[in-house]
Design a protein around this ligand. Structure first.
Ligand SMILES: Nc1ncnc2c1ncn2[C@@H]1O[C@H](COP(=O)(O)OP(=O)(O)OP(=O)(O)O)[C@@H](O)[C@H]1O
Ligand SMILES: [Mg+2]
Length: 245
């Protein structure tokens, strides 16, 4: 597919412990079978690390040689464009997911190539007030299918489940979800409700990421209770690394 070259002003960077954990997650995903292509990265509440995990997973998958695309489908509150200082190499103005779904841009206008192996990217550049309408369009489901034909993995960064129905809508169109849970912060009942919501949306849970674990407080063992959710590959945890906010 055509598209444009894009630069990261700020490189996605991981502390070593997180790098190792994302790597394990990547390997587990690769065992989920060739039908699992459209993967949503989701959480119950805001700020649990969805975008962080999604971008690093995309990055590692691309560097491992898989044809992989990152789709920013959080059109309500995405900060990736600004946070990573994304820009087009040719200096032209960038357009993204909301432009495309609103019919203001073609796929080639929003599809970005990067220096990371076979990693492509569709950023969201403009947040909008009512993204639900855009997610309901046939354009969105067709976009996901087109991408899944072209790429081995489509990682979709979504808004949190709790907020509005957007994430359920996206989940309904995906082959699986990775649920990010902020260790020791997100109440268990809320995590359970998210698992139910994913079930309702018919979206298999591929894995739960225990993110932002404070290792000094006992790390993984303490959070082993998440292990009882069954149909996923097990828990992963990530150190709090060098949080930048
Ligand atoms: N494991 C981690 N190590 C270091 N920093 C992290 C980690 N996980 C998340 N962060 C940082 O925490 C902040 C929140 O993460 P992020 O933006 O990915 O959350 P989110 O779930 O996508 O939030 P939102 O619901 O607003 O989209 C970011 O600044 C991110 O860089
Ligand atoms: Mg996010």
């Amino acid at each position: 597919m055509k598209g444009h070259m894009m630069e990261f002003g700020l490189t996605p960077q991981l502390p070593y412990s997180v790098q190792e954990a994302v790597n394990r997650l990547r390997i587990n995903i690769s065992f989920a079978g060739s039908d699992v292509r459209k993967i949503m990265v989701i959480s119950s509440e805001p700020n649990e690390g969805k975008s962080f995990i999604a971008i690093n997973l995309w990055n590692q998958m691309a560097e491992a040689g898989e044809k992989t695309i990152f789709l920013d489908a959080d059109m309500r509150n995405s900060n990736i464009f600004r946070k990573y200082q994304l820009s087009r190499t040719d200096g032209e103005e960038m357009m993204g997911t909301s432009h495309f779904l609103a019919g203001n841009a073609k796929l080639d206008d929003v599809l970005m190539h990067t220096k990371y192996g076979h990693g492509d990217f569709i950023p969201n550049v403009e947040n909008v007030v009512n993204p639900s309408m855009l997610l309901e369009t046939e354009l969105f489901s067709t976009l996901l299918d087109t991408l899944a034909e072209e790429y081995r993995y489509v990682f979709i960064d979504a808004p949190p489940l709790g907020l509005v129905s957007d994430a359920e809508r996206i989940g309904n169109l995906c082959d699986g979800a990775i649920l990010c849970v902020r260790s020791g912060v997100t109440p268990k009942a809320i995590v359970r409700e998210s698992v139910r919501q994913l079930n309702r949306a018919g979206c298999p849970l591929l894995g739960i990421v225990l993110n932002r674990v404070d290792e000094s407080k006992g790390g993984y063992g303490k959070y082993g209770r998440y292990g009882k959710y069954g149909s996923y590959y097990g828990g992963y945890y990530y150190g709090d690394g060098n949080k930048d906010d």
